[in-house]
Unconditional design. Sequence first.
Length: 95
Amino acid sequence: MDTEARENTLQAVVRYAEKTLGSEGFRYVSIVVANCKMLALQHESDTATVDMDALVMAAYLHDISTVSQGFQQHHIASAQMAVEFLQSQQAPPEL
């Protein structure tokens, strides 16, 4: 996937998270995103690289179902919603 397509998908994920989670939820996941980036950079080595785009998208989408469905089984519902959204954006499987 080219750089522009990855950036477009990432921006679509950010907009979706902001719209779906509302301002408070979006603030929370933005902190999660920042922590994920920091940890990835600290633990990245010459032999293992991190797909930062995939990491950031996962961080934004990890709680995406909580507003509509609560926290009960949210890990499953959020994963389903994330897959559906990424497929709607025609994101490649590696993201």
